[in-house]
Design a protein around this ligand. Structure first.
Ligand code: COA
Ligand code: MG
Length: 287
């Protein structure tokens, strides 16, 4: 089954009422009301109240609503988790998860249909990423979000355009997510004005297998939605593969020729998934 699209997930400081209001009309698939890194210590309580109020007020249409809480080892984490659970957003995003025990603890606090999303952004999480993903079997965990800025802070690695220093962490996280059927979103691109750089970063995210990307500014949504949607050429290819395998002469065959290329049943499965993703995006945008 194909989930709803999560191509673009826009963070905003929940202390910024104007940003929250703006988010109600932006084209992002996901709105992340942040209580953590984007919010100064003095504004933590206001941010928590505004996030809870925003969810109660609604008006976000098809957009999925997520609250990112502070870590449970901070002065605000426990109160954030309680308030976020009671507000019943679509998901609560927990930062600086270090292992499966963190997932279990946060998951147990949630209520209703609220899912748990986890940031992969600590050294420990990188080395425990498969056991963390495996905790989805016994918890509400559905989604990973890469925290590349925090990984850079912790490791002292530099974030260059191709992000070479993070390839291992990115790829291992995508692989763990796939093993356990999780959605996984790439980290943010910090240079707000560099839309060409953002485009390259989105392409790289697609290459790595990410489902979507986290964003920091409304300007970044358009590019991200295009890059994380199947292209018209990909959809044409997928429909051609599906049609070819459906021909009477190809019944029972494992490998056939489509457009001059060897095409196997595994490609048929990829084509079917691609069409389902395109259909889900179409349905979401029409809603
Ligand atoms: N979500 C929603 N609206 C946003 C937004 C966001 N992330 N970032 C900016 N906007 C809005 C502004 O409120 C402003 O609205 P207005 O035209 O109605 O006044 C408009 O977009 C233009 O904003 P701009 O002046 O270009 O941005 P800025 O210089 O004021 O702010 C940042 C820049 C980086 C501080 C801001 O974009 C931001 O807070 N981003 C999110 C940071 C975050 O959440 N980080 C945590 C995860 S890494
Ligand atoms: Mg962070």
């Amino acid at each position: 089954m194909i989930d709803r699209p999560r191509r673009s997930a826009l963070y905003m400081p929940a202390s910024n009422a104007k940003a929250i209001e703006k988010a109600r009309s932006l084209a992002c698939d996901v709105v992340i009301l942040d209580l953590e890194d984007a919010v100064a210590p003095e504004a933590k309580e206001t941010a928590r109240e505004q996030a809870v109020q925003a969810i109660a007020d609604g008006g976000f249409g098809r957009r999925e609503l997520v609250i990112r809480i502070n870590g449970l080892d901070t002065p605000w984490g426990e109160a954030d988790l309680r308030a976020a659970a009671a507000a019943r957003p679509d998901a609560v995003l927990v930062p600086k998860v270090n292992g499966p025990a963190d997932v279990a603890a946060c998951s147990a606090a949630l209520e209703g249909d609220t899912a748990l999303w986890a940031m992969i952004e600590t050294g420990r999480a990188v080395f425990a990423v498969e056991p963390i993903a495996a905790a989805s079997a016994t918890s509400r965990l559905t989604t990973f979000v890469m925290g590349v800025n925090d990984l850079a802070k912790e490791t002292r690695a530099h974030i260059l355009p191709r992000r070479e220093a993070f390839h291992a962490a990115l790829s291992l996280s995508v692989t763990a997510a796939r093993i356990h059927g999780l959605t996984i979103l790439d980290g943010v691109f910090n240079d707000i004005e560099d839309l060409n750089g953002l485009e390259d970063a989105c392409r790289q995210g697609v290459e790595f297998g990410f489902d979507g990307k986290t964003l920091i500014h409304p300007k970044q949504i358009g590019v991200c939605n295009v890059l994380f949607s199947p292209s018209p050429a990909e959809v044409d290819w997928a429909r051609a593969v599906i049609a070819a395998f459906a021909l009477p002469e190809n019944q029972g065959k494992g490998a056939i020729r489509v457009d001059g290329k060897m095409t196997e049943l595994l490609h048929l499965a990829q084509a079917q998934r691609l069409v389902a993703v395109a259909d889900a995006i179409h349905a979401a945008e029409a809603a």
